[in-house]
Write a protein that binds this ligand. Structure first.
Ligand SMILES: [Zn+2]
Length: 275
């Protein structure tokens, strides 16, 4: 339960979004360790650049000094110090796009005022991976798939892979199992009547055993360079993965994300495998 008022307290956080507020202030949305996603008023952040310095830039990881304002949803940001700046993210477009997409996902999928230590760790791991890549390398789109799957799982929106999404009963291994994205996962024999579709589309269909195993594997895979390096997924399987996750995310959000359009536009100008 969130307290109605409280003293100033420090918490690790990542800046998800900053918007101007009036002539002098800014509103900052943070993913914090202690309170999950919260919005805070950064007084004077617009009128005086020195007030928060570079700390209010995108993607900064640091410590926020927050004050709860009695009876108000918007907290007050007393101070923000950045301990990890991810300086390489703005230097190359695809990693910037991937980082912006990850922050946008957290912004829309994390409920406010619910502590999300797993999501914060996951986001910092992705930003670390993207920032640490040599500038000549493109980021692996599989890092985004791992991020999406583990984020959905952490906020309670994961795809049900082994228990029936309708009745909760077990769905045994088979070459193809029925998957219904709208219901949130695979279905058992009693809940899915009729022949299992051979094809898999954005709303589901027949989920091949290999893709089911891959989804389960990526849900627990550490998001780190060495873990990504020994992962090999065919372009066809990756396309299916991306389609499923995009449709699952859009269903939960009810709209498309700006960063998805950005990544799609970027891919249109690139011969690299799509993100
Ligand atoms: Zn069932």
């Amino acid at each position: 339960m969130r307290k109605r008022s409280g003293p100033t307290e420090a918490t690790p956080c990542v800046v998800l979004r900053v918007v101007d507020y009036g002539d002098a202030d800014r509103i900052v949305t943070l993913l914090s360790a202690a309170h999950g996603k919260i919005s805070a008023l950064a007084k004077g952040a617009r009128s005086s650049r020195r007030r928060f310095g570079a700390a209010l830039g995108a993607f900064g990881f640091g410590e926020a000094l927050l004050e709860e304002r009695r009876g108000q949803d918007l907290w007050s940001l007393a101070d923000l110090s950045v301990t990890r700046g991810f300086p390489n993210l703005p230097l190359e477009l695809s990693r910037f796009g991937h980082a912006a997409y990850a922050c946008e996902l957290c912004l829309h999928l994390c409920p406010p005022h619910v502590p999300e230590p797993t999501v914060l760790r996951l986001l910092v791991a992705l930003l670390d991976y993207l920032d640490g890549l040599p500038l000549s390398d493109k980021p692996s789109p599989l890092a985004l798939r791992i991020f999406e799957l583990q984020l959905l799982l952490a906020v309670g929106l994961g795809l049900q892979l082994y228990d029936c999404a309708a009745c909760g009963g077990p769905v045994p291994a088979a070459d193809l199992v029925p998957l219904d994205v709208r219901r949130g996962g695979v279905l058992c024999e009693s809940c899915f009547l009729g022949p299992i579709p051979e094809q898999l589309g954005p709303q589901g269909g027949g989920l091949p055993a290999s893709l089911r195993d891959l989804l389960a594997q990526l849900e627990t895979r550490p998001l780190a360079p060495e873990s990504l390096a020994d992962l090999s997924v065919s372009p066809a399987a990756h396309n299916l993965l991306r389609m499923l996750l995009q449709s699952l995310i859009q269903q939960h959000l009810g709209h498309a994300l700006r960063a998805v359009e950005f990544i799609a536009k970027m891919n249109a100008f690139s011969l690299e495998p799509p993100g």
